[in-house]
Design a protein around this ligand. Structure first.
Ligand code: SF4
Ligand code: SF4
Length: 399
């Protein structure tokens, strides 16, 4: 096993080097150690000691094992990759290194139980699959049929987390207002596999993705619309296409299409100053910056302002890459910086479109002196669907 000693001496061995190269596909080799990645990584803004991404890449090149937490800090926000002059796929390499760490049992406490929950219960929260439809108990959302316009895929967080269930209900309200024929997979909805992928369980994630591709083909799914950008990324980029395949969309993309087609019209208003936080998995990782803004701009009264770092330069909330399931101490949360940016922009509402972002930003919102409400784009749209601006989560009788 390769080793690095306190005096800086590195002992390399061929077998470990070969093992690393097989895992990473040699993708770390183009790295010429400029250090841009370390300089851009947000960890350097919340800690004295930055995350040494450049060193991680060098160690991947040389076959040096990573001990400690470094490997597990990455939120897979992708800003380092975006700025890397050599186009090194840093996140993919870090996932490959995590997969080796699993094999060597060098795993942070808590992650194995999350993984077992995905395997056993089909969700990372260890909650019973039969409770997956609780969010819609009074909504009469029907099972998906092949003639439907699209499959609404809830995902684990929107299914089980009470706060995010409200977002799902708002999405349903928007779809019903626009007259969209849709259904869900109900209690048989599977996990998308993103949690396993983010933690470096790449083979397990691929297994889940293949099963989901077969399920979509068998159920006649042509379009799948997700609540979470993480599920969207999984279906868009990591799930194979069988037979005629399927189109994956994030719900903001679907709502933006409805707005453009004149099918979703907000007759009420939302007279607030709103800043939009770009979720990494919608923006940087999938290039979608306009759809959520199209929906927000269609809402009468909403004044949209941009955050200091937005679109491709957006600051991560801190919950991607499996960090949602690991503790981040107070004072080291990226979301604390983000809510301060929202306050500096004079925003009354910090809007976003990702369950993980909502959770982190809402926890950080009390850090600023002025009132700052964190809302999902779907919730804002639902508010503005009714002329009186009532809270319009979906109900069984229409919306
Ligand atoms: S930015 Fe790219 S080339 Fe520069 S050190 Fe990081 S991975 Fe290597
Ligand atoms: S993806 Fe984001 S969190 Fe991970 S190393 Fe790069 S900049 Fe840091």
């Amino acid at each position: 096993m390769s080793a690095q000693y306190d005096d800086g001496t590195i002992l390399l061995d061929d077998a470990t080097l070969e093992r690393f190269h097989r895992a990473t596909g040699g993708e770390a080799w183009p790295c010429y150690q400029c250090g841009t990645c370390t300089a851009t990584c947000p960890w350097g803004r919340v800690r004295q000691e930055p995350l040494l991404v450049r060193t991680l890449m060098r160690n991947a090149q040389l076959g040096i094992d990573e001990d400690g937490e470094s490997l597990w800090l990455c939120t897979s926000c992708g800003i380092c990759e975006d700025r890397c002059p050599r186009g090194v796929p840093i996140v993919r390499i870090l996932r490959a290194l995590r997969s080796l760490a699993w094999k060597d049992r060098r795993i942070p406490e808590g992650l194995p139980s999350v993984l077992w929950a995905v395997h056993r219960d089909g969700n990372p929260y260890s909650l019973p699959p039969c409770e997956r439809t609780r969010w819609a108990d009074d909504l009469e959302v029907k099972e998906f049929e092949p003639t439907d316009e699209m499959l609404l895929y809830l995902g684990c967080t929107a299914s089980y987390d009470r706060r995010i269930q409200k977002v799902a209900r708002s999405v349903v309200g928007g779809l019903r207002a626009a007259g969209v024929q849709f259904g869900t997979l109900g209690a048989s909805e599977p996990c998308c596999g993103e949690t396993a992928l983010a933690m470096g369980q790449t083979a397990f994630a691929a297994e889940i993705a293949e099963a989901n591709a077969k399920l979509f083909a068998a159920r006649g799914v042509k379009t799948v619309v997700t609540i979470s950008p993480h599920c969207f990324d999984m279906f868009q980029n990591h799930t194979p296409r069988l037979d005629e395949g399927f189109e994956a969309l994030h719900y903001t993309q679907f709502l933006a299409r409805l707005v453009s087609a004149g099918r979703l019209v907000c007759r009420g208003s939302f007279p607030r100053r709103v800043a939009f936080h770009d979720p990494c998995y919608l923006g940087r990782r999938n290039g979608e910056y306009d759809a959520p803004r199209t929906v927000l701009e269609s809402i009468p009264g909403a004044e949209i302002v941009e955050l200091e770092e937005s679109r491709a330069g957006a600051l991560c909330c801190g919950a991607g890459g499996g960090r949602m399931f690991l503790e981040t101490p107070v004072g080291e949360r990226f979301s604390d910086l983000r809510v301060r940016q929202a306050a500096n922009a004079g925003a009354e509402v910090l809007a976003t479109a990702c369950p993980f972002c909502i959770t982190c930003l809402e926890e950080s919102a009390p850090q600023v002196d002025q009132p700052l409400k964190v809302m999902d784009v779907a919730e804002i749209a639902a508010r503005a669907l009714e002329p009186e601006g009532a809270d319009v989560e979906a109900t069984a009788s229409g919306r």
